[in-house]
Design a protein around this ligand. Structure first.
Ligand SMILES: Cc1ncc(COP(=O)(O)O)c(C=O)c1O
Length: 390
């Protein structure tokens, strides 16, 4: 079973002139990432069998499972945000520049001192914060929901991150991370924004744009345009908003149609678009798509998705499993949240409850489609169970 809503607020070309959108003008993210050791653009792969089976045009999958060796796109956001935090501290303290080289300059880093970065996470963002902190010789503390599986905890500990389990959801962890940061003098590197805290999450959102920048050549080679589609999965929404704002910059009103995909039981964007304002989900917040199990839209992502997305759909876990198997059959390792964009496409093409949405949006054999596999097998045990089960 799936649900959907079209977006009556969508604008052909949004005008994001307000102060709250200034961060979208930042443009140095890809050069920053290129300066990091281990940087390599991730592959963009055509899923030939899947497009034949579903009856669509070409499906292009951007595969983030190998990003920086930590199995998810999230390192792009955490590293850029931590760079911007250190740059701000340095420039306020010494009134001289802090550039990409400074980020790897041990003398400068020593002069700045040791910091603790903290974050709430279902797994991937926490690992990315811990990975960046370890690279720089700083400490990290990651607050995780009680449902977290042990492999995701170990992933963070393997990057020297300290894990604190909170009896609650991802959103409870965000609250605790913010309180603990204030109490202990730590820097909170959140991937979601809330009232009074927007700068750092906006840098996280900026950082994700590198993966979209890497697609530019292929997007023009395949002549992706307004009759085509991009499926973007949303948790708190920064990933999808990063993609949507990049599409506006790149293609304006000729952008492909944007379909936002969420779990059935954690669908704060679908519920918000129906209500006409950002609201918390009324869902049970039970899903195997752990990275999408967020109850509240990020206040910087919500206005961007409200202005740009065409359709919001929610899917059951079975579609995520089917998409993981599909990816595997095309040679790509994809975890539960990673596969959810493709899962949304499969649902839109095949689920009875989405038949009207499918015909109204006009997806079919002439539509070219972009999906992003945002993670590899971040929970290897469950991955084996799902892939081995068919
Ligand atoms: C693999 C994966 N995909 C997608 C997302 C969604 O990102 P956002 O919370 O920015 O919507 C996450 C978030 O943790 C994730 O881990």
């Amino acid at each position: 079973m799936c649900k959907y809503s079209f977006n009556s607020e969508r604008k052909a070309v949004p005008s994001w002139d307000g102060k709250e959108f200034h961060f979208l003008k930042n443009n140095d993210m890809i050069d920053f990432h290129r300066s990091l050791s281990g940087y390599k653009p991730t592959p963009f792969i055509e899923l030939t069998n899947t497009s034949n089976d579903l009856g669509t045009g070409e499906i292009l999958a951007k595969d983030e499972s190998g990003r920086f060796g930590i199995k998810a796109f999230k390192a792009l956001g955490a590293s850029y945000a931590i760079f911007r935090v250190l740059k701000k501290i340095w420039e306020e303290k010494y009134s001289t520049g802090f550039d990409f080289q400074s980020f790897r300059d041990e003398e400068k880093l020593d002069k700045l001192g040791k910091f603790t970065f903290c974050a709430a996470s279902d797994g991937n963002h926490g690992r990315a914060v811990a990975w960046t902190s370890k690279m720089l010789g700083h400490n990290s503390v990651i607050f995780m929901p009680s449902e977290t599986v042990s492999s995701r905890i170990k992933n963070i500990e393997s990057e020297s991150g300290k894990v604190v389990i909170i009896d609650g959801t991802y959103d409870d962890c965000v609250r605790v991370a913010s309180e603990e940061a204030a109490k202990n003098g730590w820097y909170e590197i959140a991937d979601t924004a809330y009232p009074g805290y927007t700068d750092i999450p906006s840098w996280v959102l900026n950082g994700y744009s590198t993966l979209f920048r890497e697609m530019e050549e292929k997007v023009s080679e395949y002549n992706i345009g307004k009759n085509d589609f991009i499926f973007l999965q949303a948790g708190a929404g920064a990933f999808a908003a990063s993609g949507a704002s990049w599409l506006i910059k790149q293609l304006g009103s000729d952008r492909p149609k944007i379909v936002i995909v969420e779990p059935l039981e954690a669908s704060c964007y679908l519920e918000s678009i129906i209500e006409g304002k950002a609201v918390a989900t009324k869902g049970k917040m039970e899903t195997i798509m752990a990275g999408l199990n967020c109850g509240v839209p990020s206040i910087i992502a919500w206005p961007i998705l409200k202005d740009t997305a065409d359709l919001f759909i929610t899917i059951s876990d079975d579609y995520a499993k089917e998409a993981m198997r599909r990816y595997a059959s095309e040679g790509i390792t994809s975890g539960e949240s990673g596969a959810s964009g493709l899962a949304g496409l499969i649902a839109l093409m095949t689920d009875k409850t989405l038949e009207q949405a499918k015909s109204k949006i006009g997806i079919g054999k002439n539509s070219k489609i972009i999906v992003v596999n945002t993670e590899g097998d971040t929970d290897p045990e469950n991955y084996k169970k799902i892939i081995g089960s068919k």
